[in-house]
Write a protein that binds this ligand. Sequence first.
Ligand SMILES: Nc1ncnc2c1ncn2[C@@H]1O[C@H](COP(=O)(O)OP(=O)(O)OP(=O)(O)O)[C@@H](O)[C@H]1O
Ligand SMILES: [Mg+2]
Length: 224
Amino acid sequence: MLRLRDVRKVYEGKARVVALDGVTLDIGAGEMIAVMGPSGSGKSTLLNLMGGLDVPTSGALLVAGEDLATKGEEARSLFRRTHVSYVFQAYHLMPTLTAAQNVELPLHLAGRPAAEARERAAKTLSEVGLAARTTHLPDELSGGERQRVAIARALVTGAPLLLADEPTGNLDTARGEEILALLKSIHAGRGTTIVMVTHDAHAAAACERVVTFRDGRVVEDRRG
Ligand SMILES: Nc1ncnc2c1ncn2[C@@H]1O[C@H](COP(=O)(O)OP(=O)(O)OP(=O)(O)O)[C@@H](O)[C@H]1O
Ligand SMILES: [Mg+2]
């Protein structure tokens, strides 16, 4: 599913930062892996490249058979809409849209008919246990519920790759556990490939494989 060869990402700003310093990594279809490492070690940068949000400075990057390193902005944006879904620590829901409307949004953007979008959103919200909250606005939901809406929004398009950047980072232990269990059941039930950045060793232990970064390099790759 993902194939990285000697991937480097250098940010040329006020100060030059080597965020990824030669990363070689293969992730198979249907794997669920945790990415760990200290702050600034390049984890979010890695996810942004995998999701086609940014391109590497050098190296090869294949995701679902597509060469993302050489694709232009427009081609990557199309790739994102069809292949990848993102879940963030801070949920990133649209505040003026209900839970159902937030989940429908990617389907509208993909040009699906409104009736189909409504039906699929309702089904996906019930899959994440939120059938009773579809008309709530994000600020009428708890943190754990907001993250469930974000996960439903990520799932609704049926994308084969789910990238999660600290999905339990804003939640207490019990709520974090629930989100983790939900991601695991999605992985088991749908066969979605999941790459999850986490600072939590307990969350990482829930994954089949843990890749640890330091200073933009893979320093450990452990299968449990
Ligand atoms: N857009 C950018 N421009 C310049 N430097 C950046 C940019 N984004 C990230 N960096 C730098 O690249 C390095 C890696 O950042 P990244 O966000 O990937 O770290 P991280 O491992 O996700 O950290 P955290 O655990 O704190 O989220 C950091 O030193 C950061 O300051
Ligand atoms: Mg980060």
